[in-house]
Design a protein around this ligand. Structure first.
Ligand code: GLN
Length: 489
């Protein structure tokens, strides 16, 4: 069977028919990693036990033990999620040698379903970035053109998936980090509703925005993974006890009569012409499938990027205060340290441990949270956030889903925006709103630029309405010229 173009369900079927073993599937992907990872720099840590764990799955299958829908499926995990016994760094020097004693809930649910963890994937340090250039492991390359970024912060996940170094991956999305790299690399990414997926064991960046989700080859695979990882978790009090639908079984291409909102503020010009063309193509295809296109508006979109960077940096500065060199992670040497100065020790540890972008955000966030400024900045941003969430609700009163771009332009060159953080931040204008409003977002491949770089489109749904979003994605996957296109690596 052609594992390169097989869905997870296809692989599962072959496995149950005993036409292929879990060990063979794992070895196939391990060979692809050995052949291609050095060019792309997606995997940063491998699971040395992957083959043994695959054999365990085979033995269980042979004994007729009940296994979940991901049995024998090799997956890669963003280095932001804790993996028991496998180094987890968040791509930061400060966690360089951290080996977690437990699995994130997402990881334990994948394992319970039978998945085999192949290893950990590159990312921006603490998920802060849009290009995967802020990593102690060096930049991940876009497999469509190695001079370009794969997007970020889940750049390793998207690049590994695009070049089929594994059958599926997990990323995290605080302001677009699943959807934007999925768009840049021609794969499918889902940012679930806030509260749909447990954050337990996901290294905290901005807790009110963070969600983990799948980056996969096709909508069916993303739906299947989402149903495995979703649902209430006693270890994360922000998870919802809303019932988790069988997303993959319920997929339905009949989307006739759905109202698709085109957001006025997203189509106001300034888009790369190839992105504009890609959206226009999707609109035509949706109309042909019987959808009605309506205009919707979220006037506060203009404030989304400043609001996001204020809230994200504030929460990050609080979350990252735990890295003090005392409990775990990097610890600075005591050499020449005045015995009494604990503060000096913290400063030395954190000065050495964090990269430039992380420090920038800790400083911004600390400022926004400091007394005298809290009300003017953090509190104000939270109030505006609430208003923006209401504007989204208004949209969903008049449409089922919102269609828009993922990013203003296709992938940019490595190094191009590194010295200009503001232009990097502005790039997130279409993705941060879903996180601020807590609604789910999907990125699917739909176009290609004149320079042969992929372009995704984004669908957003109301809270917990992932099924509708996946259904429209599933229907669009049939008409997309980019479905299942794989780069030559
Ligand atoms: N690019 C955004 C940032 O740098 C989003 C990152 C993310 O979603 N983790 O914060």
């Amino acid at each position: 069977m052609d594992l390169l173009r097989a869905s997870i369900a296809d692989i599962g079927q072959q496995l149950r028919k005993k036409q292929i073993s879990s060990l063979e599937i794992t070895q196939y992907f391990l060979q692809r990693i050995a052949a291609h990872n050095s060019k792309i720099n997606a995997f940063v840590t491998s699971n040395d036990n992957a083959e043994r764990e695959a054999s365990d799955v085979d033995q269980k299958l042979a004994r007729g033990e009940l296994l979940g829908p991901l049995s024998g499926i090799p997956v890669g995990i963003k280095d932001m999620l804790c993996t028991k016994g496998i180094r987890t760094t968040a791509a930061s020097h400060i966690l360089k040698n951290f080996v977690p004693p437990y699995d994130a809930t997402v990881v334990s649910r994948l394992k319970r379903s039978g998945a085999v963890i192949l290893g950990k994937l590159n990312q921006d340090e603490f998920a802060m970035g849009s290009s995967n250039e802020n990593s102690i492991f060096g930049a991940t390359k876009n497999p469509w053109n190695l001079d370009f970024v794969p997007g970020g912060s889940s750049g390793g996940s998207a690049a590994a998936q695009a070049s089929r170094l594994c059958a599926a991956t997990i990323g995290t999305d605080t302001g677009g980090s699943i959807r934007q790299p999925a768009s840049f690399c021609n794969v499918v990414g889902v940012k679930p509703t806030y509260g749909r997926v447990s954050r337990f064991g996901v290294i905290a960046y901005a807790s009110s925005l963070d969600q983990a989700g799948p980056i996969a080859s096709c909508v069916e695979d993303a739906a299947l993974i989402l149903e495995v990882i979703s649902g209430f978790d006693q270890f994360d009090s922000t998870t919802s006890n809303q019932k988790v639908p069988e997303f993959s079984k319920n997929l339905n291409k009949n989307i006739k009569g759905l109202r698709i909102g085109l957001m006025k503020e997203y189509m106001m010009g300034g888009l790369h012409p190839d992105v504009e063309k890609t959206i226009a193509l999707a609109v035509e295809d949706l109309k042909r499938m019987g959808c009605e296109i309506v205009e919707v508006s979220v006037p506060l979109t203009a404030q989304a990027v400043p609001m996001y960077y204020l809230i994200a940096a504030s929460e990050a500065s609080s979350n990252l205060s735990r890295y003090d060199g005392v409990k775990y992670g990097h610890r600075a040497s005591f050499e020449n340290l005045s015995k009494t100065s604990l503060e000096e020790f913290y400063m030395r540890t954190r000065g050495q441990g964090f990269g430039v972008e992380v420090k920038r955000r800790i400083m911004l966030g600390t400022y926004c949270l400091s007394s005298g400024y809290y009300d003017a900045y953090y509190k104000k941003a939270c109030q505006v956030r609430r208003l923006m969430a209401e504007q989204f609700q208004n949209c969903f009163n008049s449409c089922d889903l919102i269609l828009g771009p993922v990013s203003t332009a296709p992938a940019f060159r490595i190094g191009e925006k590194l010295s200009d953080p503001l232009s990097m931040y502005l790039n997130d204008v279409f993705t941060v709103s879903a996180n601020l409003a807590g609604v789910p977002g999907l990125s699917i491949p739909y176009g290609i630029s004149i320079d042969n770089l992929p372009i995704g489109i984004q669908l957003m749904a109301n809270h917990f309405d992932e099924q509708k979003m996946l259904n429209v994605g599933y229907a669009l996957q049939e008409t997309s010229p980019m479905t299942w296109r794989i780069p030559n690596v």
